[in-house]
Every structure is written in structure tokens, then in C-alpha cells.
Design a protein around this ligand. Sequence first.
Ligand code: PLP
Length: 360
Amino acid sequence: MSRVYNFSAGPAVLPESVLREAAEEMLDYRGTGMSVMEMSHRSKAYQTIIDQAEADLRQLMGIPEQYKVLFLQGGASQQFAMIPMNLMKNRVADYIITGQWAKKAWQEAQLYGKANVVASSADRTFSYIPDCSDLPISEDADYVYICQNNTIYGTAFHQLPNTKGKDLVADVSSCFLSEPMDVTKYALLYGGVQKNIGPAGVVIAVIREDLVREEVLPGTPTMLRYKTHADHGSMYNTPPAYGIYICGKVFKWLLELGGLEEIQKRNVKKAALLYDFLDQSHLFRGTVEKKDRSLMNVPFVTGDETMDTWFIEAAAKAGFVNLKGHRSVGGMRASIYNAMPYEGVEALVAFMDRFERENR
Ligand SMILES: *Cc1c(COP(=O)(O)O)cnc(C)c1O
């Protein structure tokens, strides 16, 4: 068996110890004589798994009592509709467009009400985060929406926008659990777990209790109401049971290594190694404004498409896979999520350095 260094943007690398543990428990989960995959979600064993996962996530993020934790399905993209359906009381919301995911969310919201663009970085291919200190927030906005870490472009909000008292809703798919967050600054934060937490098929939403309400837009399906899931402990119907079980293992892994402050330290160190290399390189360069760089997704180019392709192929041969940039931007992108070890980035940088010396 040999594992590669997987720089995929998602589904992405998971901690090896988690995968090993899951493998050990595959045929007989702790004396139940069955896999978690084969288990009734109404069983005592499964209830313990989901309860423990929620408790561990609450501990990790310091989630206050008055927030609900929901394990949902449908991918992060399902939330693009679920958010307006549940939160657009006045049918007005303000969106900050910092990339394709924010744009898709904004487009979807237009199906339900007036979705305004209050800031955008489309003018320079989303290579920066606009100044959000004094935006023209709508008087009657139900919420202000951001995508906190832009997976495709490699930018991140290092400071939250001034929403002028309006509720903040954030897609944190690609920065979930990468650093501590003050949950109380958000009305709702959510993410697909396949970037930094677990297998695709699970979405986690952390939502302030008062937003879990009966009054939703007319026609909102039962399955798309936060209240349905909150009232049933995320088990109104069969949840993505195995996926939640793996998420739970990743929460434990994070707690054991010292929580979000520790993982942040490691992520900062890892990202600095790669960014510092890019900043001194004569072949490669980063594509986003320095102050807005993501800790998780690092896009870079050589400036020559043929050279980019050549690099991606050579890297794959050397065991550094999925370095191709998103089809909409080209070049390269190294996603260095929580589970990417420091040694992986170190080895990548050494490889890039060698490639540069051989190809200048
Ligand atoms: C990947 C991603 C999505 C889409 O996730 P799906 O689960 O495929 O719907 C949305 N937002 C961000 C920030 C992402 O990185």
C-alpha cells in the first residue's frame, strides 16, 4: 500500500489515523457484529455516535447553547436554496460575491426574493476580498451572505464584513475547523464536509435558535426546513449515517491534537512554507493579493500554460496529485487542508524547487 500526497480541493485528504480506525471497525463496530453502514440509525449504538459527534463539535468550536447543530444532506449547494427559503422573511438579502460559490448562492437566492450584490471582486477575477467595512447594506435585509474561504480562487475573509447589525450567513465549506471561529458573530454558518472534515454527503449547519422557525417561505418542502431537522435531532429521516460517523472521528482527532488553536498553528506554518517559497520563486507565483490569502487553498501559476501542464504531470508522477487548478482559472492549486501533513507541503516545496532549477 502506498499513499500519495493528495492536494485535491475536495473530496480531499483525511487523517490517516481516522481511516485506519474506520478500517479496523469496518466489519464489527465495537462488538455490535456489524459495520456502522449496516446499522439502524434508530439503534442505541448509532445514537451514541451522532450524540458524541455533536458534543465534540460543540466543544471544538465552542458552540453556545442557543445554537443548533444540524447534520444535513444535499451538499453545500442545497443550502443555496435552503437559506433563502428559511431566512428570507422580507424577501431581501445582501450578497458579497467573492467567487463562484458565492455567485451560485446569490443566483439561487434570486428565485426567492431580492438578492442584492453589495460588494464583489469579479473585476479582478476574484483575486482579492473587497473592503467590507462600510457596505450599502439594505435597510430590510434578512441577512448578509459571504463565502468565507473561496476554494477556487484561494482567498479568505480574515476579517468579517461589517453587516451593520444584520445577520451574517457564511459558507465555510473549505475552512471549516481550520482555525478557531467566534460562532456568536454568525446567524448561520454551514459547510459541506468533504473539504476539511469527512466524506461527501454530509453538510453541517450551525444555526442560531431563533432562526429555526415555523414561518418559512410558502412551498418550502418539509425536508428543506431547518426546523424539521432541529426537531428530530438531525434524524427526521435516515441521515448520512456513515459520513457522520467519520466526521465524529475527525472531531476526536482534532480534539486529541489540541483543538482548533493547535490546528490553526499548524495550518499557518504549513501555508507559510508554501507562500514563502512562491514569493521568492522566479518560476512560480501566487495569484491572489497577499493580505487575502487562504490558509487552505493555494493557487499558483508559472505564467506559461504549457509549463503548468508539464509541472502538473511531473508532480503527479512524483506522488503529488490533484494539483491542477480549477477549470475556470487554470494553473495549479494546492489544497492544504487540516489532514495534509507538514511533511507533504515540505516535500512539495522541495519538488517545486528542483523543478524550477531544472526548467529555468
Ligand atoms: C465545494 C464547495 C461548495 C459546493 O459543495 P457541494 O457539497 O458539492 O454542493 C460550496 N461552497 C464552497 C465554499 C465549496 O468549497
